[in-house]
Each structure stands twice: as C-alpha cells, then as structure tokens.
Design a binder for this molecule. Structure first.
Ligand code: FES
Length: 662
C-alpha cells in the first residue's frame, strides 16, 4: 500500500496509521480518528467553535471541508481544528494529536456524597412473605393478597414524618394493585395461576413489590432467596456515575463513572439541544450515546466486578438535568432551547429498563432458561428492572437540583440556606421559611476549562491547584495523576484568580498589573497577555491569558449575581444564612478559600460552606432506598418558585458589579 494514502497520527502514547479510503473522501479527520478508536474532545459538536479538537499537521496535506482550500506543512507545523479538515487520499498526512485533544482522558468524577437527611428502609423493589393459609378461604385471592400486603406495609413513616410545608397535606399512601398479565412474569407466563402459586409455595408465599409511580405492583416471586440490587445513576452533562446498591440493607457495593458519551457531539446542553433542532434524527443518536454507550458498559463493569447477575437488578433511580433526562428517555429536548423553555416532561417517570437500552446482555447466559413452570423463559426477558426518572421543577431546575435539595436536608432546615451547583449552568436554590426560590445562571463552560487557552476537563494531567508566591508570583502547581501538565481545569483557574489578585499580579478588572511588567512568565500570546504556568517538554506551554481571566470573571459574575438576586428577593444577606451547600464535582475539589477570595460566593464566610459532593447521585440513592422520598421530591419540585434572572430588574447591574475582583 502506498504510504501517501495514510493518515498517520502520533499521540503521546502511540502511533497510528489509518488507511484513507478513496470512497470515504470527505470524512473529517475527527471521523477517521474516532473510527480508529481515538476520539477527540469534540466539545462544540464539530462546529469549529472550540479548540477541543486541535491537532498539528506536521507533514502532508489536509483539505478544508467547507472552503476546499488545502493546507500543508511545508512552511512548518500547522495547528488546525481536526473537525474542519479531511485527509486527501492522494497525499496522506502526518498529524500530532496532543493529549488534551483526546477524549480518552480518564475523567475525575465525584462519586462520593454526603447525605444529611434521614430515610426509611423502604426500597422501590422489595419482597414480602405472607403465610399462604391467609388466603386459603378467600373468594378473591388477588384482593386478599393486596389486603395482606397493604396490612404489612401499614404504619411506615415518610422522611421522619416531616413534610416540607406543614400547611400542605402530607403525601398519601399509594394504592396497591396486582398486575399479572401485562408484563413478563415468570410465574404467570409459565402458565401458573395465583392459586397454583399459593398452593405450590405453601406454607409461605413470597411476593415482590415493585413501585410503579402511582401504584405498587405485587408480583408472585419464585426466586430463591438470592439478594436483590438496585442501581442509582447520576446523568450529568459531562460525566455519568452508576452505583450498585444492595436493596436489602442499602450497602453500596461499587461505583463506576465515565464521560457522558454525548460529549463527543457537544459539551453543553445547549449545543446538544441545537443539534436536535437542526437534525431531529440526532435525538436517537444522543439517546444511544448515553444509554448504550455509557450507562450499559458501566453497569456491565459493576455487575462483573461485584459478581452480581443482571436478573438480580430489580430497579433503577436516575437523576440528571432536564435535558439529560429528556435525551435518556429519547424525548426531543428542542422546546428547552427556545422561550418559553417548556419541558416535555418534568414529572417522575417510570419506564421499563429494557426499553431504554440500559441493560447489558447477561454474559454468556442470555439463552439460559428458567426452570420455573412449564414454559421456557429466557433470562434476558426476565431482566427488566423498573426505571425511575426523578422529578424536576423546570427546564433549568432539573431532577439533579431537586435531588440535591432533598439529600442535603436543606428542605427540612429551619434556618435559611442555599444550594449552589457550579457547572455550565450554575443552579442555585434558596430555602427560606417555607419558600424555595431557584434560578439557573448561564455561567458558560469556562469553569470546565472550555474555551480557555489551556483549559481542560479535570482528569489525568490537568493542573488542579495553583499557588503563587506572594512576592514573586512564581507558581507552584498540583497536577492530577502527578504527571506532566497538559492543561488547566476549573479548580486551578479559581485558585489562580484568587492568588493573582492577592499578590497583585492582576488588578480589580482582571488585567495584569504594570508592577509585573518584565516578569519572565508574562508573555505576549495570541489571546492577549498571558502568564505561563508550566512549560512541559512535549506539550504546549500551559498559560493563562487576560482573555481567559475575562471569561472566568464572566462565569463567576453570572453565579454570584444569581446568588445576590435570590437573596434580595428574600430580603436576606449572606450572613443571614446558616449554610451554603456547594454541590457537584467542581465544588467538591475546590479550595474554598480561593472560591471566597475570588468572589464566587459573595459575602459568605468559610464556616458557612459545606461541600456535599455529588448531591444528585445522593438523591437518586435515597429515592431508590426509600419510596417515600419520591413523594417528598415531587413536593419540593412543586413548591420551587423559578426566578427568571433575565426578568429581574437589577440583574444586569448586579452582574456588572460582580465582574470585578474586590
Ligand atoms: S472546533 Fe472541533 S470540535 Fe469544536
């Protein structure tokens, strides 16, 4: 084969030769690399709007996909956006792919959380045993079973008997129904009726109770007494966390996490919504990316590591923002992209697990037959855990926020408190008296490193913390994985702003101060003046520019202004609040002192801040282990008043005030 028909890609770890097929002329470099299992960080959805997919052309020629112009490396290496160029079969090309453009970096995900609320042990799937003799004389055995089960469940309390608002009626106990024929049921499908089941299992009949939203289903349960498990999932825009839990005792067996597979198509919710607007068929692709490409392998990994078989998984509870839950359910999210931002659904949804494509195939056992009854039932058919999508409040106050409000326990605090989840959208909820006020601020992706000169997601090789010498401003850095730095993630940017302001490297507007003119690390960069943080041997210099600082200050101001607006609405000051719960992965790794010094949480003191970790996952876990939690979450969601910041008369002036560094 002629070498000119190859696209040769050098990464820091390997070299790859891809044969460029004439028939696939026009396929982008990102497409060729993805097919070769080298996906790039295409965070803007390959629209040429970010620098996640930058490569260096070091030999040969590439063709611009739109203009048809060719670029070659005869005058030296060319830095290009891989999503805008195609290889030319006749010439071939050699490219260098830097580590920060590879999607394969292991994400650093917060899988830990803190639960500050009590719960009952009443999982969404559970078993109950009843002496068969109780039904011996019953004219209507189904009604008798329901009555017996209802009787055994009587007397439980929900959330310690507290309701969110004492003036509101407490959630009502749910009705019980039996559904034999509407689903695969090993006992009944096997041609066995309830009477036969009771006779066969005498002296004790075992039933499974499966929560299905507005009702419980009672199912004859022929399983031997093997343990049953549930799965709690947090579907974040950037990362997905899956957790396996023993339903009998609430013990967490194992957790696994990965980047959300949708990130290849766009790194924020708006990009993904826009993709669906332009190409409706992408709804299905995005659903596939999160369900089959992300959750399914994570679940398979958990089950294998924990030696749990798929048919032992009985239920799942999933939290996420409203767009993520729409996409997971295969529902077109485009109404969330334009005013009045009306979601297709925000209520608690109950779906069969198989319908979403979340379930891995039982390894090597898919054809295994159950010995129950007279008919053969494939094991795969038997595995169909009920999936619960948790309730949301609004388009931009999703189930993840409601889960956080619940799991932090703030819904039950007497003193005013605040939940702040810093992400692409900063979500903020204020609890004051019986009121919940919530808003979402478009902070943009700067805190996730997107759009910044050396910005990367938190992961291997990312600078995670920076300290500057008070006199010389010389940096000391911490790098995730203790390796050579490839870029900077959000926590380090926050450190830098706080430290640079403190030592006088930058002034109140975020520009480098004249006092440091001539500093060896201050350089002129394409994006304005920049401060060199690190110069790794085989990677680009890691730098922070004035343009980066301006983007970070805008993100900071958006969140800070949202907090100030909510406090003003409630006529409160920061010092009136007992606690500020800082949620999310970014919050969990932040240096709180830096956060306060850079003004992200204006007016708050260190002792008011509590880092709560992945409160969305915590909420999914709690909802799964205590069926009463769902009612509480629905109640919180219905009480939450959404504050539209763009309609707040003071928002703009508050935002401008918050742009500066005190
Ligand atoms: S510029 Fe290529 S993915 Fe954004």
């Amino acid at each position: 084969m002629h070498p000119s028909s190859q696209l040769i890609a050098h990464t820091p770890e390997r070299q790859l030769a891809i044969t460029v097929d004439h028939q696939a002329r026009g396929r982008l470099v990102t497409g060729w690399l993805r097919r070769a299992d080298l996906p790039l960080n295409t965070r803007c959805g390959q629209r040429g709007l970010c620098d996640g997919c930058l490569i260096e052309l070091v030999a040969g020629t590439l063709l611009h996909a739109d203009s048809g112009q060719t670029v070659d490396a005869s005058a030296g290496p060319q830095t290009l956006q891989a999503c805008q160029y195609c290889p030319i079969p006749e010439t071939g090309a050699v490219i260098h792919v830097p580590a920060r453009s590879l999607l394969a970096h292991r994400p650093q995900v917060v899988t830990s959380f803190r639960v500050d609320v009590s719960r009952a042990h009443d999982p969404l799937w559970q078993t109950v045993e009843i002496p068969a003799a109780e039904f011996a004389e019953a004219d209507d055995p189904i009604a008798a079973v329901c009555e017996a089960v209802q009787h055994r469940r009587g007397g439980r309390t929900i959330g310690q008997g507290q309701s969110v608002d004492a003036s509101e009626p407490a959630p009502q106990p749910q009705s019980l129904t039996m559904e034999f024929a509407q689903e695969v049921n090993p006992v009944i499908e096997a041609g066995d009726g309830l009477a036969e089941f009771l006779a066969r299992t005498e002296p004790v009949a075992r039933f499974a109770l499966d929560q299905r939203g507005d009702r419980w289903c009672v199912l004859p349960n022929d399983d031997d007494e093997q343990p049953s498990y549930g799965v709690a999932i947090d579907v974040g825009t950037t990362t997905v966390v899956v957790m396996l839990v023993d339903l009998d005792n609430g013990r967490i067996l194992n957790t696994s996490a990965a980047l959300n597979g949708q990130a290849r198509l766009g790194d924020n919710v708006l990009t993904r919504i826009n993709l669906c607007m332009q190409k409706p068929e992408l709804v299905e692709r995005l659903q596939h990316a999160v369900a089959r490409r992300t959750i399914q392998p994570l679940l398979a990994e958990l089950l294998t590591e924990s030696r749990v078989s798929l048919d032992q998984v009985k239920c799942m509870a999933i939290a996420g923002n409203t767009t993520m839950l729409h996409l997971l359910a295969g529902v077109d999210p485009t109404p969330l992209g334009t005013a009045p931002f009306t979601p297709v659904f925000i209520e608690h949804r109950v779906l069969p697990g198989r319908s979403l494509g979340l379930l891995p195939k039982p390894p090597g056992r898919s054809q295994a037959a159950l010995s129950t009854g007279h008919r053969t039932i494939r094991e795969a058919d038997r595995c169909n855990p009920t999936v619960h999508l948790l309730p949301a409040a609004a388009a931009y106050l999703g189930a993840d926020v409601i889960a956080g409000v619940f799991s932090t326990g703030m819904a039950y605090r007497d003193h005013p408190c605040l939940l702040v989840d810093v992400g692409t959208n900063g979500e903020i909820v204020l609890k004051h008296g019986n009121r919940f006020l919530g808003c979402a601020t478009a902070a943009g992706p700067a805190f996730e490193g997107a759009g910044l000169t050396s910005g990367v997601r938190a992961g291997q090789g990312a600078v995670s913390h920076i300290r500057l010498d008070l006199d010389t401003a010389d940096p000391e850095i911490e790098v995730i994985g203790d390796t050579s730095p490839i870029g900077i993630c959000g926590t380090a940017y926050v450190d830098f702003i706080a430290e640079a302001r403190q030592c006088g490297l930058i002034g109140p507007t975020g520009r480098f101060s004249d006092r440091f003119t001539g500093h060896p690390r201050l350089v002129q960069h394409a994006n304005g003046r920049g401060f060199e943080i690190a110069k790794p041997a085989n990677e680009k210099t890691v730098v922070i520019t004035e343009g980066d600082i301006a983007s970070l200050l805008q993100a900071k101001a958006a969140i800070a202004a949202g907090i100030v607006c909510l406090l003003r609405r409630a006529a409160l000051n920061a010092e009136d609040l007992a606690t500020l719960y800082l949620a999310g992965g970014f919050g969990f790794h932040m240096n709180v002192a830096s956060v306060l010094r850079c003004g992200l949480l204006p007016g708050f003191r260190q002792e008011q801040i509590e880092l709560v970790g992945n409160s969305s996952l915590a909420g999914a876990f709690l909802a799964m282990m205590d069926s009463g939690v769902l009612a509480e979450m629905k109640h919180i969601a219905s009480q939450l008043e959404t504050v539209e910041l763009n309609l707040e008369p003071d928002f703009e002036s508050i935002y401008i005030d918050q742009l500066g560094l005190g």
